[in-house]
Write a protein that binds this ligand. Structure first.
Ligand code: OGA
Ligand code: MN
Length: 335
């Protein structure tokens, strides 16, 4: 079944999915730049920020993952949340930088069946990342006046090194063929910054397997939200056998692929991740390839397990959705 899904994803992935997320796009939207990834430089010196030292060693908080109703094939190591991945100052710097790069852009509405609505998205190339092709409508490439601040660069580089250490190598994430990636440094697609309006939504989808590699990670800023993972297996291979290759056709196929159909599989179960500001979630393995991810709407709640310290019962966290900025990390698919 997995191979079948994979072929399907490969077929529907459109060139518009420049850096990972496959989703229908309005036809008027400029196609994002084709990206060439170069080796990342060593982390920029970041000793200026005392808080960064606290973020230097990440550890997962299992309370932020609710797998009480997880399907049998779920693997806890494939979906983890690291709280406090950046310092307050780094978070402020990233928010400032991202907003600056988006300043002249309006929120994109997306069409009625879009995976993501009421959002802005920009690439966040580091000085060490260069591009082939233009990035019109993308907030400018590297080297322009809107370069990332040193704090942002340091935070992004540190997170990449932490991901490389914890999620790659012989014991790390595996792709659909069961291969690991142990050649360091990992080739990264430039990070994407996403600004999702309070009313914006991100519905169930799987990130492109054509452009994006083993790991999809996201740093949450400004507000807390809940991410739900659900088995993608319900998107059966038989759904669309047409192969005329037109964009319209592809968009319709994507719609079938990415639209949730909970009524068809009500007992499949799910896993929820609680994503407070400054936390980093990391999806790999089954959670990256075999589960969809989405953000739950306003008013959803998360069941927090009791912590080690203090004991006692867990508590229910009501997450009211507010404006959210995220920074998405994706390793490049090796060719
Ligand atoms: C995406 C995505 C989640 C987030 O861009 O593909 O799933 O945390 N984003 O913004
Ligand atoms: Mn995604």
């Amino acid at each position: 079944a997995l191979a079948c899904i994979m072929i399907h994803f490969l077929r529907v992935a459109s060139s518009a999915a420049a850096a990972g997320r496959v989703r229908p796009r309005p036809p008027t939207r400029a196609v994002a730049a084709i990206v060439r990834c170069v080796s990342s430089s060593p982390p920029a010196s970041c000793s200026v920020d005392a808080d960064a030292k606290a973020s230097a060693s990440l550890s997962v908080d299992p309370r932020y993952v609710d797998s009480a109703t997880a399907p049998a094939n779920f693997s806890p190591s494939s979906a983890v949340v690291y709280p406090g991945a950046v310092s307050e100052r780094e978070a402020d710097a990233l928010v400032q930088d991202i907003q600056l790069r988006m300043k002249r852009r309006r929120y994109e509405k997306g069409h009625w069946d879009a995976v993501i609505t009421l959002y802005k998205e920009v690439e966040l190339p580091l000085p060490s990342e260069s591009f082939i092709g233009g990035s019109s409508g993308n907030g400018g490439g590297g080297g322009g006046p809107q370069v990332l601040s040193d704090l942002s660069v340091a935070a992004i580089n540190r997170i990449k090194r932490q991901l490389e250490k914890k999620h790659f190598g012989p014991d790390g994430a595996r792709d659909q063929e069961g291969q690991t990636k142990d050649r360091l440094p990992i080739q990264w697609i430039p990070c994407h910054g996403i600004d999702l309006k309070k009313e914006g939504r991100l519905t169930a989808h799987v990130d492109s397997v054509r452009y994006s590699g083993f790991v999809v990670a996201g740093l949450s800023l400004l507000s807390a939200s809940i991410m739900r993972l659900r088995p993608a297996a319900e998107y059966s291979c038989s759904r669309s056998n047409n192969d005329d290759g037109t964009d319209k056709q592809q968009q319709q196929q994507q719609q079938h692929l990415y639209e949730p159909k909970p009524s068809e599989a009500p007992n499949d179960g799910h896993v929820d991740l609680y994503l407070p500001p400054r936390s980093l979630y990391v999806l790999s393995g089954v959670s990256r390839y075999e589960y969809t991810h989405e953000l739950l709407p306003d008013g959803s709640s998360f069941e927090m397990l009791p912590g080690d310290a203090g004991g006692g019962a867990g508590n229910t966290i009501e997450a009211s959705r507010d404006r959210r900025i995220s920074v998405i990390f994706r390793d490049a698919k090796e060719v």
